[in-house]
Write a protein that binds this ligand. Structure first.
Ligand code: ADE
Length: 425
């Protein structure tokens, strides 16, 4: 399909990339059996008929399958990028040309374009917002209160977004139901841990082609994403150091066999630094000053605020691109620090994000959360809502089935035992 044949508005890099995008979307679909079953049911039952959805996600082959599921469910959906550097332009193109879904996303878009696309998502007057980081919801609450009456509810799939929604709730401005997709077991145990673990290393390796074995890798943050990153870096032979601010997580990291220390000490030891905290300026001026010459620094947390690039620029006489997504900062001290993916999510900037097999469960949660909001329209209290346990367990069951793995069932005797408090020693 050419640009003139498309009857709706969109903003993508190049519609001519569609055939490559379609091929890659189909490839990803092979590893997304749970979402496929949801797509099939949605196309029969149309649970989202007449519902306007604005989805703000990384525009990847996996997100394409979520967007297709929404459309098959009857939704009038638009898709925008949740990060300026994560869009797969060929996927955006195929969604427009082959699947009839309006997309507003271009890899490398500047901040103004990114915010313009957020406005487009809100101009769609969504009944449901699917958010990844909470930028669309925060803009709605800050700037478009008059549109809140259109809203059935929202869904959020990142830890960062959930932190922001909790802050909104505490400030008394979360006046609608928000489905907490991130905290579903079938989401964070797999996407945050194995997805981030694998895709972060994938991004680092594609950007640099370094050998991880024998390197000192500093992982800042030991939440689920940090755990996965540390685990996989160790699996490749790295000596992993963890930094934390939470004492319980720090003990966990120690007992998982990692060295734990403050960033102030880790700074001079690391060869590669990966931030996954969700917080600001985790690596800053005093850390850059202490780093070895040629230290590599990257981020796998949602926003590009974890590495203080402004200070790094101020400390540098020159910044040069040395490979794709790899910039060398020449410090006034004579040393250099190398930053990957402009301090944005390295797994999506320099690689393709999490593998389809984990996004299958994350996006099954997203699709079913939308259905849950639609079915329960007007009945849910404002605030954060967990994904119902039966939905979470059903996603796990479907995934196991697709993997050809069977598990045990409780015997009648065991059923009675675990539901009883009278049977003891
Ligand atoms: N977040 C992390 N990996 C992703 C992917 N492959 N698609 C969409 N969102 C993601």
């Amino acid at each position: 399909m050419t640009a003139t044949q498309v009857q709706f508005k969109y903003d993508i890099k190049d519609i001519a990339l569609a055939s490559q995008g379609k091929q890659r979307i189909e490839w990803a679909g092979r590893e997304m059996p749970v979402l496929r079953q949801i797509q099939e049911r949605f196309s029969q039952e149309k649970p989202l008929a007449g519902i306007r959805i604005s989805a703000c996600c990384h525009v990847t082959t996996e997100t394409a399958h979520l967007a297709i599921a929404l459309k098959q469910g009857g939704a009038d959906a638009v898709l925008i990028a949740s990060n300026p550097l994560s869009t797969q332009d060929d996927v955006a193109s195929s969604l427009v040309a082959d699947y009839g879904i309006p997309v507003y996303a271009i890899k490398g878009e500047d901040n103004d374009t990114y915010h313009r696309h957020v406005e487009v998502a809100l101009d769609h007057r969504p009944n449901i917002i699917i958010d990844d980081g909470s930028d669309v919801v925060a803009t709605l609450v800050k700037e478009r209160q008059q549109q809140l009456s259109d809203l059935i509810g929202t869904t959020e799939e990142t830890t960062t977004g959930i932190v922001r929604l909790r802050a909104m709730f505490n400030d008394g401005v979360l006046s609608f139901p928000a489905m907490n997709v991130n905290d579903a077991d079938t989401k964070h145990f797999f996407d945050n841990r194995y997805g981030t673990g694998q895709s972060t290393l994938d991004g680092i390796l594609r950007a640099t082609n370094i050998l991880l074995a024998g390197k000192n890798v500093v992982v800042a943050g030991y939440g689920w994403c940090g755990k996965g990153t540390a685990l996989r870096a160790r699996g490749m032979g790295a000596n992993v150091i963890v930094t934390e601010i939470d004492p319980t997580r720090a003990i966990e990291a120690v007992m998982d066999g990692f060295r734990v220390m403050p960033m102030e000490q880790a700074a001079s030891q690391g060869d590669l630094f990966i931030t996954v905290t969700g917080n600001k300026h985790v690596i800053r001026r005093e850390h850059f000053e202490a780093m070895k010459d040629g230290a590599l620094v990257c981020n796998a947390g949602h926003f590009d605020i974890e590495i203080d690039l402004k200070s790094l620029k101020e400390m540098s006489s020159e910044v040069k691109q040395v490979r794709n997504f790899t910039e060398q900062y020449l410090l006034n001290s004579g040393k250099s620090v190398i930053v990957l993916g402009e301090g944005r999510l390295v797994n999506l900037a320099a690689a393709e994000g999490h593998p389809s097999a984990v996004m299958d469960m994350s996006f099954a949660n997203q699709a079913l959360a939308c259905e849950y909001l639609a079915v329960n329209k007007g009945k849910l209290e404002p605030g954060l809502h967990s994904i119902p346990e039966e939905v979470d367990k059903e996603i796990a069951r479907l995934k196991l089935k697709a993997m050809g793995i069977e598990i045990d069932a409780l015997t009648a005797e065991q059923q009675i035992y675990i539901n009883s408090w009278t049977v003891g020693t």
